[in-house]
Design a binder for this molecule. Sequence first.
Ligand SMILES: Cc1cc2nc3c(=O)[nH]c(=O)nc-3n(C[C@H](O)[C@H](O)[C@H](O)COP(=O)(O)OP(=O)(O)OC[C@H]3O[C@@H](n4cnc5c(N)ncnc54)[C@H](O)[C@@H]3O)c2cc1C
Length: 478
Amino acid sequence: MTEANKKIVIIGGGITGLSAAYYLQKVIKEKGLPYEFQLIEATHRLGGKIQTVTRDGFTIERGPDSFLARKLPGSKLVKEVGLGDDLVHNSTGQSYVLVKENLHPMPEGAVMGVPTKISPFVTTGLFSPIGKLRAAADFVIPKTKQEGDQSLGMFFRRRLGDEVVENLIEPLLSGIYAGDIDRLSLKSTFPQFLHAEQRHRSLIVGMKKFKELQPKQAEDANAKKQGAFLTLKKGLQSLVDAIEEQLNPLAVVKGVKVEKVNRMGERYDLTLSNGKEITADAVIITSPHFAAQSMLSHYPIFEPLREMPSTSVATVAMAFPKEAVKEDINGTGFVVSRNSDYTITACTWTHKKWPHSTPDGKVLLRCYVGRAGDEAIVDQSDEEIVQVVLEDLNRIMQITEKPEFYVVTRWKKAMPQYTVGHQERLEEINQAIEEQLKGLYLAGSSYEGLGLPDCIEQGENAAKQVLKYFQAEKAEQK
Ligand SMILES: Cc1cc2nc3c(=O)[nH]c(=O)nc-3n(C[C@H](O)[C@H](O)[C@H](O)COP(=O)(O)OP(=O)(O)OC[C@H]3O[C@@H](n4cnc5c(N)ncnc54)[C@H](O)[C@@H]3O)c2cc1C
């Protein structure tokens, strides 16, 4: 095999696959490398979970609406593709937790629900006096001696008690993972909490110290006032479109599914849904883990991926005239505690969080339904989902009118669940790949973080690993 024949196939055209393709193409061009790549996407569009709808002056995200600014691979890619000027920070504002029938302001200083300021926790109506006393036990409870992984629920319940977990931490964390806090892995989701506890014994003290370090990292004086999230003025789809424009169009194949990936000698044979077979020297698989497992089902090493759960959710965006909302709450949205008798799990007042998304005089609300163990609602019709969401909203914000229009998006098996032991299982799979399937890489939301910047970083890293692999092969041949 000469170097000139090297071909890389990237499976999946979500943000992970696009990022892998973008960085691969960039290095191939910059270094004049004799490699070619092909990106194969099952559907007829790129972007995967990123999908923006523009309608009547509204910019509506069906999937992700933003990404964490402090995770730099997101804004780095945006700037590289020339969209730096379109970046916008969210407007900061009060957010709430809905417990039973009441919206409680998020206590000031809470980091993912962990208190870092005492007085807002003493005065909040979110917890009973006993719940607050139990949380204060964090100052004296010894650090965990447990070796290996544990669930988020186990960790937080031990440190802060059930009430703080159920009324604050669970709604916040399940808003990100749509998961069951008592099954999600601490190590693979929020290892910083374990580090804080191990270092300072008290989680509250540890997170307080962590927070104190934050402003020092902000270089410009305005940074403190800016929201923690970034999006793009014309929607996140504009990032997808900008990457697509820069990719060699001949290297992108849409509407074709990869059905099987098989190692043949030093190369890979890929069976496609259009009946064709192609070969590659390296393969980056960025499809969800269950699709990866299906195309590699003849290799037992991927069996743990079959067991890995994913949750289904739906987003419901609804546009109203301003007057339709009788109780205008000052803030950017709320999450819902599981103790509450509501179907919605969260609601963003998008017109306030992202003012650019909504024309003047209008209101844009985006609600979530579906979470681990409570997903049946996602299978109902659009009309039924909207009806249930409207009933919930009416109880909270007194919205009695029907929306001018709505956009319901179902995301089936879309939120991969990093359950306890996730990292160890992944390490075993990667070790087995290294031994048996050199040149094959798994990247994307099922593995090392599901936030957009995490996916972008995994795509870029996979591209780097492929190039390193080819370099090592070349060195061996000399
Ligand atoms: C409702 C929702 C809201 C979210 N909100 C946020 C947020 O605000 N901020 C944030 O940072 N993250 C958010 N996330 C998470 C984030 O959107 C995802 O983790 C990320 O977009 C996943 O990107 P990906 O490329 O890894 O996977 P995907 O976007 O799923 O892309 C995988 C691609 O692979 C293709 N594919 C599958 N099988 C095959 C096959 N056999 N052959 C070829 N192609 C195949 C699929 O069609 C798809 O296009 C959200 C997710 C959801 C569902």
